[in-house]
Design a protein around this ligand. Structure first.
Ligand code: ZN
Ligand code: FE
Length: 256
C-alpha cells in the first residue's frame, strides 16, 4: 500500500520496534515487542490502537512484550508456526509463502533461518517495505545462534531477490560497529567508504541508520557480497563458493 505508515522508535539498549499503520482500515501492527513502555508511548503519540503483532523470531528482545500487550489490547499475534512453542501468545502461525494482511496491505512471509531456525521476514511488495528482524542488518547480518552458514546465505539470497528500492527495517542499531568491521573486509570499496562517512555523521547527531535500502546493502554490506569477485579477492578466497566466503566473513565478525 502506498499509504502504509511506518513509525520506528528505539527500545532497550539498541533495538528498534516498528508500528505499521494502514490509515484506511486503521489497523496497526507492531513488529516485535522489545519494550512495552516505549511501545505504549509510541501508540499514544500516534493515537493508534494496536491490533496485530508480527513476530520475526523468538528471542526475548523481540517477544518479551507479547503477553502483556495481548492482554491489554487483545491484539492478534502472528509468527512462525514451527516456533509456536517459543512464541508467547501466538495466534496465527505462518510459513514461507503465506500472506499476512493488514487492511489492504499484504505482507509476504519468508522463512529466513540462520540467526534462529524459526526466523521469518515480512515483505510488503506494493509498499516496498520489509521487516527482517535479526537476519539482515545495515552493513551486517545476524549472528548464527542456531542455523548454519549455508542456511543464512540462502536466507540472505531470498532478501537480495527483492527489488533494489525495498526499504529494509532491521531490528537493531548496530550499524556503526558493523561499519568498522566492513572496512576491515573491503577497505577499498569506495561506496563503503562514502557510506561510513554518512553513518558516522548520522550517529554523531543521534539519528538512526535504519531503515536502509536494499540497493545500498548490495553495494556495501560484506555479507551480501560473498559472490562478488572484488570481495573474494579482498579476503583471499577467489574461487571459493559463496557459502564458504560468507562463512569466512561471519567467522571474522564473530572474532572482531
Ligand atoms: Zn535475535
Ligand atoms: Fe535481537
Amino acid at each position: 500500500m502506498a499509504d502504509l505508515v511506518v513509525h520506528q522508535f528505539p527500545c532497550l539498549q539498541d533495538n528498534y520496534a516498528f508500528l505499521v499503520h494502514d490509515p484506511e482500515s486503521r489497523l496497526t501492527a507492531l513488529v516485535d515487542t522489545p519494550e512495552v513502555e516505549a511501545i505504549e508511548r509510541a501508540l499514544a503519540s500516534r493515537g493508534w490502537r494496536l491490533t496485530h503483532i508480527f513476530n520475526t523470531h523468538h528471542h526475548f528482545d523481540h517477544t518479551g512484550g507479547n503477553l502483556l500487550l495481548k492482554e491489554r489490547y487483545g491484539c492478534t499475534i502472528v509468527g512462525f508456526e514451527d516456533d509456536r512453542h517459543r512464541l508467547p501468545g501466538l495466534d496465527v502461525g505462518v510459513r514461507e509463502g503465506d500472506v499476512v494482511e493488514l487492511g489492504n496491505a499484504r505482507f509476504e512471509v519468508f522463512e529466513t533461518p540462520g540467526h534462529t531456525l524459526g526466523h521469518i521476514a515480512y515483505f510488503c511488495r506494493e509498499a516496498l517495505v520489509a521487516f527482517v528482524g535479526d537476519t539482515l542488518f545495515a552493513l551486517g547480518c545476524g549472528r548464527l545462534f542456531e542455523g548454519s552458514p549455508h542456511q543464512m546465505w540462502q536466507s540472505l539470497q531470498k532478501i537480495s531477490a527483492w527489488p533494489n528500492e525495498t526499504r529494509i527495517y532491521c531490528a537493531h542499531e548496530y550499524t556503526e560497529a558493523n561499519a568498522a568491521f566492513a572496512l576491515t573486509v573491503e577497505a577499498d570499496n569506495p561506496d563503503l567508504q562514502a557510506r561510513v562517512t554518512d553513518i558516522k555523521a548520522l550517529r554523531a547527531q543521534g539519528r538512526p541508520t535504519v531503515p536502509t535500502l536494499l540497493e545500498l546493502e548490495k553495494r556495501t554490506n560484506p555479507f551480501l557480497r560473498a559472490e562478488v569477485s572484488s570481495l573474494q579477492q579482498a579476503v583471499n578466497r577467489v574461487g571459493s563458493s559463496p557459502v564458504e566466503v560468507f562463512a569466512e566473513i561471519r567467522k571474522r565478525k564473530d572474532n572482531f
